[in-house]
Design a protein around this ligand. Sequence first.
Ligand SMILES: NC(=O)c1ccc[n+]([C@@H]2O[C@H](COP(=O)([O-])OP(=O)(O)OC[C@H]3O[C@@H](n4cnc5c(N)ncnc54)[C@H](OP(=O)(O)O)[C@@H]3O)[C@@H](O)[C@H]2O)c1
Length: 391
Amino acid sequence: MSRLTVLGSTGSIGVNTLDVIRQNNHRYQVYALAAGRNVERLAEQILEFRPQVAVVPTEERRVALSERLAGLAKSEWPELLFGPQALVVISAIVGVAGLEATYEAVRAGKRVGLANKEVLVSGGRLVMEAVRAGGAELLPIDSEHNGAHQCLRGGNHAEVTKLILTASGGPFRTTPVEQLAWVTPEDALKHPTWKMGNRITIDSATLMNKGFEVIEACWLFGFAPSQVDVVIHPQSSVHAMIEYSDGSVIAQISATDMRMPIQYALTYPERMQAPVPKIDWAEARRWEFGPPDLQKFPLLKLAYDCQKAGGSATCTLNAADEVAVEAFLSRRISFPSIHRIVDQTVSKLAPRQPATINDILEVDRESRALAREFVERESKTAPAGKVTARA
Ligand SMILES: NC(=O)c1ccc[n+]([C@@H]2O[C@H](COP(=O)([O-])OP(=O)(O)OC[C@H]3O[C@@H](n4cnc5c(N)ncnc54)[C@H](OP(=O)(O)O)[C@@H]3O)[C@@H](O)[C@H]2O)c1
């Protein structure tokens, strides 16, 4: 049995991970669960999966969690600690909050199923150095990177000329650019093909998410930004493609269900029956591919620029975006303001070379503080007022 830790067990990826475990409970034993605010769901998961360790961020939530475990004999309670004995760690905490724990898991040489792309966006160089030093296995759960991982099994790294990541194009793929100032959080949260947490759903609407994925791919697979292309594919059936030097392109295709990449990260290099629908090739279907509109979605271009700039630029990009997305979701700023705030923050804060995780967290804090100032200014110019008026 593999012992497993799920960081972010109460979120979308965490819940899907536990569903995969439920179907394979003879192979996996849940060692630890970590979550943020949702102690209700965490308590349910503890009752079902009986982990030895459960982790919440504050004492207050630990008390709230204990209250919800009152029906369980004290002797059966998990410890509220993060233990080093886990063999497999699923990193699915959203945002930079997942960085330290993932870094420690990598340093301890674990197999890490990585859903949290912000870990590599913020700390790619340090995390990858730790992977090499600790002998850890970093297996991508993000569907595009998981697809690329599968395609890369078809040839040598030196034979690869391009990685192509697909993007659904989000809910505003066909919306005229001048209407974007009017879109509401509810409009932006309607992702056409995936059901995910709020931050990643808004990032998918701005294509920032695809930009993060370009950065993540550069670190994971050792590619230069110029080797990673993005292609709009609204059906989200082809997740990634690898072009080899002879012009042959290998694509990974599967249903839009995160349980497949989660299971792949757990069972690699083996494959097992997964609890996901198969593609019915008897059905007629049409798949489209086209270039992204970088004028309309400038955050994608900014992500390439930050990765080329190197150092802490991508950490600032992520932090500023997290602040701007929160401000958009709370209706303080308009949808196009997300780009303005991120762009201003990245332009103002010169990149530096973080030497430790603490340095990264320091850059993250500074970037957030600066982004909040820009949000303050932007909200006074009141473009979000239009949104509220329309809503
Ligand atoms: N969803 C997808 O299909 C998908 C696909 C590819 C990649 N990803 C990536 O996977 C990560 C998770 O995405 P998601 O959609 O699952 O997000 P989500 O539904 O918002 O879940 C986030 C999880 O993180 C936990 N969390 C947040 N802050 C925390 C903290 N300070 N300490 C401990 N736990 C904390 C949350 O706990 P509470 O809910 O208890 O507060 C929750 O369990 C993101 O990095 C995302 O980019 C997701």
